[in-house]
Design a protein around this ligand. Structure first.
Ligand SMILES: Cc1cc2nc3c(=O)[nH]c(=O)nc-3n(C[C@H](O)[C@H](O)[C@H](O)COP(=O)(O)OP(=O)(O)OC[C@H]3O[C@@H](n4cnc5c(N)ncnc54)[C@H](O)[C@@H]3O)c2cc1C
Length: 406
């Protein structure tokens, strides 16, 4: 169906840009996918997302991605809240409560890098997707009829690429967002989060594959990733004044882990990194023919695993609308509905929940901590309350709510 002027230009082969490209291409829309990384360094990206919620797995399945990532991940139906101060498991939430709501009543622990590797392989083989690696997007312009993206291509030349629509899946530093003057409203936490990768099986101490640890002195998160060799990722808070290098010295990393759980002989540490956490949402998700999706439109703390998941949900919502526009089954105003729907989700679900999650884990007031923990306990023990909690934490509720937005 597509002519050259119906092409969609997607910037960024992250999970969002790739899912969008595949959903469009499989509906017979032609796509040019632009990615600054090349084959030589595409897999050298720092560890980031990895917990994939049920609704996201359904979307991955729709584009043929799920069957490729499932063998590379860990099926995790249960997650835990822990209180190390009192040495107790506060609550265990089991996604089985969602068995009537989804075909995938579990989280798949599969890192972003594996997802983009598999999705890129499908994209490269798809006749409707022109994958342009080692190509840096630099600017764009638009008219009433189309867009032109300017890139520095693999040969180092400036090249214009024409299309009907431009989607920024560039991540948090989106040039499209900045060039269109769209505010990225919100805040940045003053402290950075320290991520330590360690080869040790924490399940022998009763931990699940995903654990949220509430501690007034040092909250943490603990997640299991499939190898070989298997690794666990532990996230710790830091102080704004902490020195970046000192935080990552081997003895400092070891001390953190030993304070978390003493282990004779020390831990085998596989890596570490520090990241800054922003809570921001773009004021607009669409300026004419340019649309923002994923981290270019919203960023949040990883506590709750909502950044990549909600970005992938953006991609599928947007694909549906672009397909209808290009088939002339809908006018461009559906892109405003995309903005209304997905901005609502970003504000009311991902921002609200991740901010609350961090506050709850770090809460220092003993009375409030007790109240929070009692409530979590009651919720996990009551099947109705547990289902409601999981519908929200897995973002299924956000998708249902967005459907109601005209
Ligand atoms: C430690 C950590 C843990 C996380 N854990 C989770 C989790 O468990 N679950 C979850 O849902 N989210 C999680 N997140 C968030 C998640 O990683 C992001 O929300 C997600 O990667 C965003 O996807 P994206 O495709 O929008 O952008 P990105 O993943 O940032 O991809 C953007 C792509 O665009 C390319 N690009 C950028 N600029 C240009 C340019 N000018 N030209 C060409 N290409 C360009 C980049 O190279 C990159 O490939 C975590 C984040 C962190 C930091």
């Amino acid at each position: 169906m597509a002519s050259e002027s119906d092409r969609v230009i997607v910037i960024g082969a992250g999970p969002v840009g790739l899912c969008l490209s595949l959903a469009l291409a499989q509906a017979d829309v032609r796509v040019t996918l632009i990615e600054q990384l090349g084959d030589h360094n595409f897999l050298d990206q720092v560890p980031r997302a990895g917990s994939n919620h049920p609704a996201t797995l359904e979307m991955f399945d729709h584009i043929g991605l799920y069957r490729r990532i499932e063998p590379r991940g860990i099926i995790a139906p249960i997650f835990h809240y822990w209180d190390p101060e009192h040495g107790e498991l506060i609550a265990a939430f089991d996604h089985i409560h969602l068995k009537e709501d989804t075909r995938f009543p579990y989280v798949l622990q599969c890192e972003r890098i594996k997802i983009v590797e598999e999705a890129l392989a499908i994209a490269k083989a798809h006749p409707n997707i022109e994958v342009r690696l080692s190509t840096e997007f630099t600017s764009f312009e638009q008219s009433a009829d189309g867009v032109t993206a300017h890139v520095t291509n693999a040969a180092g030349e400036d090249e214009p690429i024409a299309g009907a629509y431009l989607v920024s899946g560039e991540g948090a530093r989106s040039i499209v967002r900045k060039d269109t003057g769209v505010e990225f409203e919100g805040f940045t936490y003053p402290d950075r989060t320290l991520n330590i990768e360690v080869a040790y099986d924490f399940r022998r101490h009763g931990y699940a594959e995903r654990n949220y640890i509430s501690d007034p002195h040092e909250w943490s998160n603990l997640f299991h990733w499939k190898g070989p060799p298997d690794r666990w990722r532990v996230h710790f808070p830091t102080k704004p004044e902490d020195d970046e290098q000192a935080l990552q010295r081997p003895e400092a990393l070891q001390a953190r882990l030993q304070a978390f759980l003493p282990k004779a002989g020390g831990y085998e540490i596989c890596g570490s990194n520090l990241y800054i956490v922003h809570q921001r949402v773009a004021q607009k998700f669409r300026v004419g023919r340019a649309v923002l999706a994923g981290d270019s439109a919203h960023v949040n703390s990883p506590i709750g695993a909502m950044g990549m998941n909600s970005g992938v949900h953006d991609a599928f919502n947007l694909a549906d609308k672009l397909i209808k526009i290009l088939r002339k089954e809908a006018g461009e105003e559906v892109l405003d509905r995309y903005e209304r729907q997905r901005r609502h989700v970003a504000m009311q679900h991902t921002q609200a929940q991740t901010i609350r999650n961090k506050r709850m884990l770090a809460e220092k007031d003993p009375a409030v901590r007790k109240q929070n923990h009692d409530q979590l306990r009651r919720t996990a023990e009551d099947p109705k309350l547990a289902r409601a909690f999981l519908l929200r934490s897995s973002l299924i509720e956000s998708l249902r709510e967005a459907e109601q937005i005209a």
